[in-house]
Design a binder for this molecule. Structure first.
Ligand code: ZN
Length: 219
């Protein structure tokens, strides 16, 4: 796509952002990754991200965002808060208010420091949870705000925005990285790498998508 340009990927070491990292490596001349440490319940998430970035030879920034956990305790950081899907239009207990607002804003500041014009995030509106800060309109709005705030010309890319989980697996396969993403990433809320615990909402979603993709339902 833009082989002369530099991109920064918001990278958690999970299925989605790892697929985005491969997408970025294919489309941009130079790629760096940024991981936010907000005291995730599973420290393994950061280790996973580190290992992947290292293996792929991608410069990796890890930024301390423990402030987020201090402000908004949630099921992703506190083991005494249960992971629950929202009922009757409520948000799930895994929702972290302001997370993508802060992550993308800090990614913008970092992008400016390292001279990257492109910011890539794996957020997805098709996401089962309906997080408001995963919506396309939010990302577009923040893109405008970031550019105004720094008088810059960033472009936020969201390659997964309209894909369901099966289609995200299809994209990984198209990039030649299906097995890599399957074996090296961590999505599970119980901190088990690859196929995970098989029972938490993240594992159920990941497996359902994979089964759907492998059964040939995605064209
Ligand atoms: Zn799990």
């Amino acid at each position: 796509m833009l082989k002369q340009e530099k991109a920064i990927v918001v990278f958690s070491g999970g299925q989605d952002s790892t697929t985005c990292l491969f997408w970025a490596l294919k489309n941009f001349g130079e790629v760096e990754a940024v991981t936010f440490d907000y005291n995730q319940r599973h420290r393994l998430e950061i280790e996973c991200a580190k290992n992947i970035a290292n293996e792929l030879g991608v410069r990796h920034h890890i930024l301390d965002m423990s402030l987020l956990n201090q402000l908004a305790p949630n099921a992703l950081t506190r083991s005494d808060i249960e992971v629950k899907e929202g009922v009757d239009g409520e948000l799930p207990s895994t929702f972290v208010p302001g997370r993508n607002l802060l992550f993308l804003s800090f990614a913008g500041v970092l992008a400016r420091q390292v001279g990257a014009k492109h910011i890539i995030t794996g957020v997805c509106e098709t996401d089962f949870s309906g997080y408001p800060d995963c919506r396309d309109i939010f990302v577009k709005s923040l893109n405008v705000t970031l550019n105004l705030s720094m008088d810059d010309h960033f472009v936020i890319h969201t390659p997964l925005m309209w894909l369901n989980k099966a289609e995200t697996w299809a994209l990984a396969d198209e990039l030649g990285k299906l097995d890599y993403v399957r074996e090296k990433t961590l999505t599970c809320y119980n901190g088990i790498i690859a196929d995970g615990c098989g029972e938490c909402p993240a594992c159920v979603l990941r497996k359902r998508g994979l089964d759907e993709y492998l059964s040939g339902a995605v064209k």
